[in-house]
Design a protein around this ligand. Sequence first.
Ligand SMILES: [Zn+2]
Length: 370
Amino acid sequence: MSQDNATSSRPGAQAPRPSRAEAVAALRPRYQADLAQGTERFFEPRRTDCPWCGSPRLKRRLRTRDRFQNKPGGFRLDTCRDCRLVFQNPRLGADGLEFYYRDFYDGLGEEGMGNVFSGRRKMYLGRAEALKPSADSPAKWLDVGTGHGHFPEAARTVFPHTVFDGLDFTEGVELAEREGRIDHGIRGSFPELAGERLAGRYDVVSMFHYLEHSTDPRAELRAAHRALGPGGHLLIEVPDPECWFARLLGRFWLPWLQPQHLYFLPVAALRKELEALGFTVVLEQHREPSDTVDLLGAVWLGANAVLPPDDAPWLARPTGRARWLLRCAGLLVAIPPLVVATTVDRLLLKPLAGLGKVSNAYRLVARRNG
Ligand SMILES: [Zn+2]
């Protein structure tokens, strides 16, 4: 599932939505039953070697918790001293991923995340433009981790003659197809589908902020190789774990996005893997994909860490009015630092993106060899 898996509210006439308080109360029993057995059961055994290169030379990068939804549980990221991979260790298993994704992009979280992703058209256009020098008018494009199809919707204006398919785990792809944002919605696991149904069918495969969510990034890259015809292009964008802000801001660096992001590949390791699979990297970008909100994100996550949480079904009991008022007061106090942070992000840091390691993401375009 991609970070971009979100949309605005579903269209059409509907029964009035329950209030947030009602929705929280209805969801609380299931969350409390899940938590009664503790959060340790959500994790796989801790690894003592790197899941990418096998090296035993690991070091702890940071410990953190869920700073977005405030769900219980602790997470740790390790770095491999050899290939520089940063990864969640121990990693969440299937039940854990289900628990922590629940109500983030859908359900309780749908509306908020929809607002985050619906206003990003300019960024989506920039992603599409990155392919132009390599492929002027591809016939078929598969967007993997398409969420609700906001990227293909924007990309169509850059590539008006291209057929866009979207793939994701969630029912969002069906909505995206109904809304006409994509030509075909494909629901399921990319590595499973690429084996037969999708083999050799595409001229372009894109993965925007998708690989870091995958439990097996290597299988996703192999799947992309299978889904592309000879000469087809793979377009990848991921957070850059070598970004200076990652070090400077530590656990308050937004792109760590724990616990959803499982693997952070440094650009050298990803290039090496692509070349070993039979791709030629034709474009590497750092400045263009940088979404310079690092300071704003850090202040926001910092405020979230000290303020009483908003009521949520994973809290044992409702937060109560006094704590709600305290939270509101705290948010008011946080406004000036948030304004200063976003001003510095936009005016000082954004122009520097791409210099040295001042970029929180990178993008690669790779051509499948013939
Ligand atoms: Zn390694």
